[in-house]
Design a protein around this ligand. Structure first.
Ligand SMILES: Nc1ncnc2c1ncn2[C@@H]1O[C@H](COP(=O)(O)OP(=O)(O)OP(=O)(O)O)[C@@H](O)[C@H]1O
Length: 230
């Protein structure tokens, strides 16, 4: 497995939000982390990235135990995050935003990112705060790819975006998958992940309520009603 969490517990201050989450992403896989708002998806993402400490449990990347490693070390080992809310640098240009995270010798170059998102090429001299939500998301994905991630983690990848832009983002993720990119997609909406994800993990109140093949989830309307915003 490229990344594997076992019995992961995390939270804020004394408040435990995750109560023993098991989750893994293998080579070339897209795994969806689902659940209604507030169920712990973002907390799981932060704990995987090392932005929140694990209160219990272990996280491995390949054979390496990364539980105690800080976020930048995990990033270097191959975790690339597209955070909720995108977090592009507002006063840097598109190009400067991209250069800020580029890792020398990675699989992705600036021209590769521009080829993936031609709109970013057109707007390379615009500042982060001049971009539409969709363009910001493209920039956030481009930035994460330039860190040469073995696993790309997206938190609410299309939240607040127009349907046409949403479809563009999903199509891009499908292309990345075809190229073998492993992806963890945290999302509250099932529709978003049906065509993309191989497996799904559903969180309820910081615990895993269900895990299995996306096709099985798609076929089970009752399961969807119980746990998801559809
Ligand atoms: N900084 C924080 N301090 C304290 N509690 C928090 C903090 N961030 C989140 N929580 C709590 O942790 C729980 C899980 O939140 P989390 O953001 O992980 O959920 P989520 O499934 O990602 O939902 P959303 O899609 O709304 O972000 C919620 O009860 C939330 O109130």
């Amino acid at each position: 497995m490229l990344i594997e969490a076992a019995g992961l517990c995390a939270g804020y201050g004394d408040a435990r939000v995750l109560h023993g989450v098991d989750l893994s992403v293998g080579e070339g896989e897209i795994v969806a982390l689902l659940g209604r708002n507030g169920m712990g998806k973002t907390t799981t993402v932060k704990a995987l990235m090392g932005l929140l400490p694990a209160m219990a449990g272990r996280i491995h990347m390949g054979g390496t135990d990364v539980t105690a490693l800080p976020a930048h070390r995990r990033a270097r080992l191959g975790l690339g995050l597209v955070p909720e809310g995108r977090r592009v640098f507002p006063t840097l240009t598109v190009e400067e935003n991209l250069r800020a995270t580029a890792v020398p010798g990675g699989r992705w170059s600036l021209p590769d990112v521009y080829a993936l998102f031609p709109r970013l090429a057109e707007r390379r001299s615009n500042f982060g705060n001049q971009l539409s939500g969709g363009e910001q998301q493209m920039l956030a994905i481009g930035r994460a790819l330039l860190t040469d991630p073995r696993v790309l983690i997206l938190d609410e990848a299309t939240e607040g975006l127009a349907p046409v832009i949403r479809r563009e983002i999903w199509a891009t993720l499908a292309r990345l998958k075809d190229e073998g990119q492993a992806i963890l997609l945290a999302d509250s909406r099932l529709q978003a992940i049906l065509a993309l994800a191989d497996r799904a993990v559903i969180l309820t109140k910081g615990e895993i309520a269900w895990t299995g093949a996306t096709a099985a989830l798609q076929a089970d309307a009752e399961l969807q009603r119980r746990h998801l915003a559809v």
